[in-house]
Structures are given as C-alpha cells and as structure tokens.
Design a protein around this ligand. Structure first.
Ligand SMILES: Cc1cc2nc3c(=O)[nH]c(=O)nc-3n(C[C@H](O)[C@H](O)[C@H](O)COP(=O)(O)OP(=O)(O)OC[C@H]3O[C@@H](n4cnc5c(N)ncnc54)[C@H](O)[C@@H]3O)c2cc1C
Length: 387
C-alpha cells in the first residue's frame, strides 16, 4: 500500500493535467451553465475523453485502472478551478465502484465503459423521507415477481435523476429464512414505468438538481439486482466509503477555490496604507483555512489509499474523518472568503455568496457532521450510544 504522505509523481502529473483542464473552463463557464439551468456537458465530455471520469474503473472496461486516490484528485482539482462536478461522487465513484466490484459480467459490460467515456451517468438513491440519517429504517422494498422484482417505496434528495440513465436504488428484500429485511441494490432505468420523480425546490445554485422519487410497483428484471442478494450490506459499504472520500474532495476543492479568490482580493484591496491582507485579522483566518484544508486533504489521501488497498474497515474510519474535516474546513473557508471581500462578498459579480449554501452540502450529505461524530464516538472511542 502507498502510505506515503508525499504525492507520487504520477499523482502530481494527474493533478497538474486536471488543473489545466479546469482552468480552461473556469468559474465563469460554470456560473453561466448554472444560470442557464444547464449541465456542464462540455466539461463532463472533455473530462471523460481525457480519461479522468473513469480513472478509477477497470481497464478492461474502458477505465484507467486506478482507484479512488486518482478519482478524488480529479474532483478536487476541478473544484479548485471553480467547477465542482457533484455527479462524479455518484456516477463513477459510488455506482462505478459497486458495479465493478460486485456486478455481474453483463452489468459491467453494460455500464462501466459508458460511465468511463461519459456516455452514461448513474444516480444513487438511499435517503428516504421517514428514515433520513437512520438508513436502517429505509422501507423501499423489493418483492420477487416471477423471475424478476417489484420495487415499492420513496426516496428524497436524490441528485441528478433527470440526467442519469439509471438510478442505483437501495432497497430491501425479505430474507426467506428469517423474514428480516436486508439491503439490496437495484439498477432502475430512468424511464421505468412506475418510477416517478419531482424536483425539489432547493436554494442551492448548482447544475445538479435534487429529486423526490416514488417507486410505485416498479417491475424490474432479475438482472436489475446488483451482485448478491445476501451480500447487500457489504456491497453498500463498498460504495459508501468512496462517497465519503469523494465528498471530502468536493469540499477541499471548493474550499481551495474560495481561498484563492479571497487571497487574491486581500493582496489587492487597499483601504488604509497597505492591502487588507496585511492586517492579521484578515491574514490569520485565511492562513488557518489553508492549514485546515491541507490537513483534511491529508486524511482524504489516507482514506483513499486504505480503500484502494482493499482495507474497507480501515478506510471506513478514515473516510468519515476526511469527510468531516473537509466539510468543516470548507464551510469555514467559504465563510471567511466572503467576509474578506467585504460588500463584494455578497455581490453576484464576485459570485462567492452562493458558495455559502453550496459549502453546507458537504456538512449535511451524504452523512451529516453529527452522524460522523456518532460513528467516531462509538466505533473509534467505544462510547455508548444514545439512540
Ligand atoms: C444537495 C444534496 C444532495 C443530496 N444528494 C443525495 C443523493 O444523491 N442520494 C441520496 O440518497 N441522498 C442525497 N442527499 C441526502 C443526504 O444524504 C441527507 O440529507 C442526509 O443524509 C441527512 O438526512 P436528512 O436530510 O433526512 O436529515 P435528518 O436525518 O433528518 O437529520 C437532521 C439533523 O438531525 C441530526 N441528527 C439526526 N440523527 C442524529 C443523531 N442520532 N445524533 C445527532 N444528530 C442527529 C443530523 O445531523 C441533522 O443535523 C442529498 C442531500 C443534499 C442536501
């Protein structure tokens, strides 16, 4: 396993190449796409063509043969350039990983080459209105129907269902032996009869929209089930660790972008004798933000290295810690960046105020700050549970 805290030359080269792509598009491109209610299709297609979107997927299916270590570099650098691609967390990271690790040969051939070259996109639905953070309480249920399945339930806040060719839905099946419900993953095509979606009116300004989903007796063929009916939990966790690590990359990238804008401004803006960046009340919080983003990035690299080395359990703790640290650093950095710009921090022209909402996403999703603190309290420190 690569446990080095210094990046390899390959990773540095990947970082530089992705940063160059991000710079070609930049924040203005991204802001225009959002304002027009569109998606960053051109950037998505270019990133795919250059092999960045599928960098973690197996080579025999058109991917780059790398891991989450490489994929999180891609997301972080695009975010640092002002173009955070939220669907990367879902499509190649969660869905691509789960299918590559547990899918049947048919599922791999059907999905992986398309996810890698950008022709196909997948969403991921686990959150339910009455379960929320308590995913043990999800009630979306799959019943056997001849050779296939019938899926019934509701999901909420699922991102990108409108642009995704299919959604990987976490449901439950009844254990024939014990009668207990166990988690299972199903590939549900966008146009499957009975699969309804309603867009949620979010304050978030981003190309990806969130949806409430209704699964009203959605009939699926046997091959819609991913992997093994009895190994659903293991398969689910295999996808959730990349999700947390990639959310850390999303947050670190966004934080770096906001910090760069604030530093540039603080070097130029002069209202007394020297630029405002010379005042320690401005400089120190920016220095703290830089330190906290770097620390979060270090933990992100560790989590990715453990995951790529096949240590799912070790990666679990590190992935949670990385997501926590990155989200907190991102929220704090964006807040300080807006403040550094004074009144300009709230103008459309400078475009930073909208990031106050965007930065909160990483604190809430895919698992909230409190649920990570619960995880560390119980799993790492052995403290008792309150719930
Ligand atoms: C922009 C965005 C995109 C998303 N995309 C997706 C997606 O693609 N797919 C998907 O499945 N989901 C998605 N989600 C959903 C997201 O994962 C959930 O919002 C998140 O898991 C929290 O669930 P909840 O909103 O139901 O909050 P709740 O579970 O209702 O929690 C509300 C508050 O209570 C706190 N809380 C709850 N339980 C405890 C406890 N035991 N101890 C202490 N505090 C507690 C939480 O920390 C939180 O602050 C997205 C959410 C957002 C905002």
């Amino acid at each position: 396993m690569n446990t080095t805290v210094v990046e390899t030359e390959e990773h540095q080269a990947l970082r530089a190449a992705v940063a160059a792509l991000g710079k070609r598009y930049g924040r203005n491109y991204f802001a225009q796409v959002v304002a027009a209610g569109k998606h960053p299709d051109e950037l998505w297609a270019d990133a795919a063509r250059l092999g960045y979107l599928g960098v973690n997927l197996p080579e025999e299916y058109g991917g780059g043969g790398g891991g989450i270590s490489e994929l999180c570099i891609v997301l972080e650098e695009l975010g640092a350039a002002g173009c955070p691609l939220l669907m990367m967390i879902v499509s190649p990271a969660i869905c691509g990983t789960v299918i590559a690790r547990f899918g049947t040969e048919e599922q791999k051939s059907a999905w992986l080459p398309g996810l890698a070259d950008g022709r196909l996109t997948m969403a991921f639905g686990i959150t339910e209105p009455d379960a929320g953070s308590n995913s043990h309480r999800i009630t979306t249920t799959a019943r056997r129907d001849g050779d296939g399945w019938v899926l019934t339930g509701r999901k909420v806040f699922v991102s990108g269902v409108d642009i995704a060719d299919a959604t990987l839905i976490v449901g439950r099946t009844e254990d024939a032996r014990t009668g207990r419900l166990k988690p299972c993953l199903f590939i549900v095509p966008r146009d499957a009869p009975g699969f309804g979606r309603a867009q949620i009116d979010m304050e978030l300004q981003a190309p990806e929209k969130q949806f409430e989903l209704v699964l009203d007796d959605v009939r699926l063929p046997a091959e819609a089930l991913v992997g093994d009916e009895d190994a659903g939990l293991l398969q689910l966790f295999a996808g959730l660790n990349p999700e947390r690590i990639m959310t850390a990359a999303f947050a670190v990238g966004m934080g770096r972008y906001a910090l760069r804008r604030a530093v540039e401004y603080a070097k130029e803006r002069t209202v007394w004798q020297s630029p405002i960046g010379a005042h320690q009340a401005i400089a120190h919080p920016l220095a703290q933000a830089h330190i906290e983003l770097e620390l979060a990035r270090l933990m992100m690299g560790r989590a990715a290295a453990l995951y790529d080395a096949g240590d799912d359990a070790g990666a679990g703790e590190a992935a949670n810690m990385a997501k926590y640290a990155a989200a907190e650093a991102c929220v704090k950095t964006v807040d300080q960046a807006v403040h550094t710009l004074g009144g300009n921090g709230l103008t459309r022209e400078y475009g930073l105020a909208t990031m106050i909402v965007a930065s909160r996403v990483a604190r809430i999703a895919p698992v909230s700050r409190e649920m990570i603190l619960n995880f560390v309290s119980h799993q790492s420190l052995g403290l008792p549970k309150s719930y």
